[in-house]
Design a binder for this molecule. Structure first.
Ligand code: FDA
Length: 395
């Protein structure tokens, strides 16, 4: 069977590419349904883009690589598409846009766009063999127990990264890239909770606070959640992309609160109050109780000099912690790293050494922050490849 384009992966990037590639397009996925990660994303409401998307919100060995695609298909283009389908949405925080109702509305919209472009979707289909031959590609696939031999002129790799293996995620994209002698950068779980030696934060499990988490490479002021196994919440997921084993992270526990000034004032008006009680105005009581022995928090406010109050505030504003690891691909939202961008055009997503071969979405070495950026990259890179294929094939 002959196709102009075969897209491997009916996820966010693959579906978007199929909507724009034109010609005779086949989308292949081993899953039972398209867009499964879209379905489970954002707690079932899909954080589908971010109002403030910029290339600075992405990690890549080549930070310039995402610029072109992001500029040519922006968050406003996707918002426009969502509006045309009458999908209601709202901004939750920090420019993050979510569906009012269900993320499946986004999947249905992308499938409708793909069908409008007359692309065909084969689900529950395994790629058994893949080769680059005579200026095109040949594939052996197995669908419902039947083998099919396929030929295409353009092949798009959109099979995503390794996060959530129980949904079928694997290193498939990287294996294909290596088969074509393309480099793959180091891959690791990202946007992932960080773990600490057993029991370290167990007394605080469930406590959440706004915090500024930094590590010299990046800083994020967002929510932080203590868990039985360590630290989670948006601020931790964000810094996890910048953290490496053995390194510390630093936490400002009261970034928005002028604690020093408040304690000095309280000392004047209520000097008999315990320092721990006074701190509970700014931090959850369980956290103050946990920190008290470590920071030597005891006695009345009146017994604390300015220097001692400053010492306490400095400790609260810069708590160094060394995570022992992360929760890994089991819970990571994305894979950091991937197919090296060096071998690809940033405008078309086409490989420079294997004509007609494209890689898009999470498979390639571009990883967004938490907050809708990863989907925006999937839409933008899928659109870039789709448009380039349509132009190259004159469709
Ligand atoms: P994606 O993973 O979407 O699609 C890959 C497709 O390829 C899948 O359909 C898969 O079945 C298929 N496939 C894989 N291997 C195959 C093989 N060997 N053969 C055939 N098919 C194969 N991002 C964001 O911006 N906002 C959010 O709210 C969230 N929320 C979120 C929650 C959770 C729990 C996770 C795990 C992830 C997120 N993300 C997110 C990240 C986001 O889901 C991710 O970055 C995009 O889905 C990546 O799009 P892709 O199309 O590249 O891969």
């Amino acid at each position: 069977m002959r196709f102009d384009t075969i897209i491997l992966g009916a996820g966010a990037a693959g579906l978007m590419c199929a909507a724009h590639a034109g010609g005779r397009t086949l989308v292949i996925d081993h899953a039972r349904a398209p867009g499964e990660k879209i379905r489970i994303s954002g707690g079932g409401r899909c954080n589908f883009t971010n109002l403030y998307t910029e290339a600075e919100n992405f990690l890549s060995h080549n930070p310039h690589f995402p610029k072109s695609a992001l500029a040519r298909y922006t968050q406003w283009d996707f918002i426009d598409l969502v509006n045309r389908y009458g999908i209601a949405w709202h901004e939750k925080t920090l420019g993050q846009l979510f569906c009012d109702d269900r993320s499946t509305q986004i999947v249905a919209m992308l499938v409708a766009e793909m069908e409008r472009a007359q692309a065909t979707l084969w689900l529950r289909t395994q790629v058994v063999e893949l080769a680059h031959r005579d200026g095109g590609f040949t594939l052996q696939v197995e669908r419902e127990g039947v083998r099919h031999a396929l030929i295409c002129r353009a092949l798009v790799l959109a099979t995503g990264g390794k996060s959530i293996p129980k949904m079928g995620a694997s290193g498939f994209a990287y294996d294909v890239a290596r088969q074509f002698d393309l480099a793959v950068t180091e891959t690791r779980p990202a946007l992932v909770p960080l773990t600490f030696p057993e029991g370290r934060f167990a007394p605080l499990a469930g406590v959440s606070i706004p915090a500024r988490v930094s590590n010299g490479k990046a800083a994020f002021l967002e929510g932080l959640l203590f868990t039985h196994r360590g630290l989670s919440g948006p601020a931790i997921l964000q810094i996890s992309s910048y953290w490496r084993e053995g390194e510390d992270i630093r936490i400002d526990l009261a970034p928005d609160s002028p604690v020093m000034e408040a304690l000095r004032q309280a000392r004047q008006t209520a000097g008999r109050v315990q320092i721990t009680t006074a701190l509970c105005q700014h931090l959850p009581a369980r956290l103050v109780e946990y920190l008290a022995p470590q920071l030597g928090l005891s006695g009345r406010l009146a017994d604390h000099s300015d220097a001692r109050l400053a010492e306490i505030c400095a400790a609260l504003g810069d708590w160094p912690l060394i995570p022992s690891g992360s929760e890994g691909y089991r819970t990571a939202e994305v894979t950091l790293g991937g197919i090296a961008t060096d071998g690809f055009s940033s405008t078309t997503m086409e490989c420079s050494t294997v004509a007609g071969f494209y890689a898009i979405g999470e498979a390639i070495d571009v990883t967004g922050w938490l907050g809708g950026y990863n989907f925006q990259w999937a839409w933008a890179s899928g659109h870039a490849a789709g448009k380039a294929i349509a132009a190259a094939q004159g469709t």
